[in-house]
Design a protein around this ligand. Structure first.
Ligand SMILES: [Zn+2]
Length: 430
């Protein structure tokens, strides 16, 4: 099967491409990129005015299957991913049961192959049952396709245990992704500890509860040599720790979510605004500004959504009773384009590194680039499309977004995975 994309604005910093060209695809691979390409027989699309980039990857999502299918499942979560412009996601292991053995990895991979609308990479847990006590079956999970390890959702509390996790993971050249939260310090913290926690009368989740574990895990990275990826960074001092580790030459990378870049604790205007309850919590404007600087200067490696779907029922309660988390797959690209790319703070090249090239490199999965021979995973973006975030338009089962009602510019119109359209003119291809 052949596919010809005509008059695309192709951008890929991996190969130094930023020009108008045609892309010819055959049997799932790029055959040629150039001018005035033609083909005998196949599907031809005119993409003039559109930007075509290597397929976007979200390396931090919760698909909730198995165990919490009322919130999301692999079918709905990957539809949301395709709708948001992603060709691949990496799903977290805090399902029910926890993905801590090869059977769990194989289950998710098989479901994704059967019903998925994008590629799904599976992260296995570090510890059995996320309890932080006994190593998960890491070697067996790697042998069955797990790409990384994390106890996301709570983090590994004991430093000795984390050392064993990193020692073991380094034998497989797999990254350990760390959810940095010191439970002793954070306790039942609900919102960032400071002015807003005081005003709302809620228990605080201090920045130090995150920073102490970032510092600990950087030290363990130095001790073990295991690649460390700091998940959903939210504080300015946490970013400084990562910056220093990188300057030292340690194999440390980090990610940030759009909600930690573009929302602050001040957006929690009352005690029922549960869509704004996330973990780590929304921080201060100073933290947001520091993180945006980190995105621009390259200290931050990846933009992720930490897509965390919950039912209406889960979130329709007092703040203290609501679960943490916000969805993000269908708004992330537009938030980055609207707030950073279109105003000129971030180049398209850098945005593509953050949302495509770097996540693949961190996860050690196949490189995808706009070059001959590469797998034909593309995201097609209309950079001028304006739209308003409307909960009724989400393809996720959930609607717990902090950005509902926000006017955005830029949107994925088409998505190709292995040369086949999963999204065409904004609609999922069934
Ligand atoms: Zn987490």
């Amino acid at each position: 099967m052949a596919l010809l994309l005509k008059d695309c604005h192709v951008i890929d910093p991996q190969v130094g491409l930023n020009e108008t060209a045609d892309i010819l695809v055959r049997d799932g691979k790029i055959v040629e990129i150039g001018q005035n390409l033609t083909m005998e027989k196949g599907v031809e699309r005119d993409l003039s005015g559109k930007i075509v980039v290597p397929g976007l990857v979200d390396m931090h999502v919760h698909l909730r299957e198995p165990g919490y299918e009322q919130k999301e499942d692999i079918a709905s979560g990957t539809r949301a991913a395709a709708h948001g412009g992603f060709t691949a996601v990496c799903c977290m292991p805090n399902t029910k049961p926890i993905i801590d053995n090869a059977v769990g990895v194989e289950y998710v991979a098989a479901r994704a192959a059967a019903v998925g609308k994008c590629r799904v990479y599976v992260a296995g847990s570090c510890s059995q049952g996320l309890k932080g006590e006994t190593l998960s079956e890491m070697g067996d999970m790697v042998a069955h396709g797990a790409v990384a390890f994390t106890d996301d959702g709570r983090g590994v509390q004991d430093a000795g245990m984390m050392r064993r996790v990193m020692d073991y993971a380094s034998q497989f050249d797999r990254v350990v992704m760390s959810h940095c939260q010191d439970e002793g310090l954070v306790g039942e913290g609900q919102v960032n500890e400071g002015v807003v926690s005081t005003r709302l009368g809620m228990l605080g989740w201090p920045a130090e509860g995150e920073e102490i574990q970032i510092a600990r895990d950087i030290a363990l990275c130095r001790l073990t040599g295991c690649p460390l990826h700091v998940q959903h960074l939210s504080t300015a001092r946490g970013l400084e720790l990562v910056r220093a580790a990188k300057a030292e030459g340690l194999p440390v990378t980090c990610e940030v979510t759009p909600h930690h870049l573009f929302l602050t604790e001040d957006d929690i205007d009352d005690a029922y605004n549960t869509f704004m309850k996330v973990n780590p919590p929304l921080r201060t404007a100073e933290d947001c500004n520091a993180l945006i600087d980190g995105v621009v200067d390259g200290t931050i490696d990846a933009i992720v959504t930490d897509h965390a779907p919950h039912t209406h029922y889960d979130k329709d309660c007092e703040f203290e009773l609501a679960p943490f988390g916000m969805i993000g797959l269908e708004t992330a690209l537009a938030l980055i384009v609207t707030n950073l790319v279109n105003p000129g703070h971030l180049t398209w090249e850098r945005a593509i590194e953050l949302m495509s090239a770097n996540p693949r490199a961190i996860l050690r999965v196949e490189r995808v680039a706009l070059e001959t021979g590469s797998t034909a995973d593309f995201t097609v973006i209309d950079p001028e499309a304006t739209w308003t975030v409307d909960a009724s338009e989400f393809l996720s089962k959930a609607a717990n977004s902090g950005f509902i009602g926000t006017e955005l510019t830029g949107r994925a119109t088409d998505v190709y995975v292995g040369g086949y359209a999963t999204l065409e003119d904004g609609k999922i291809v069934e």
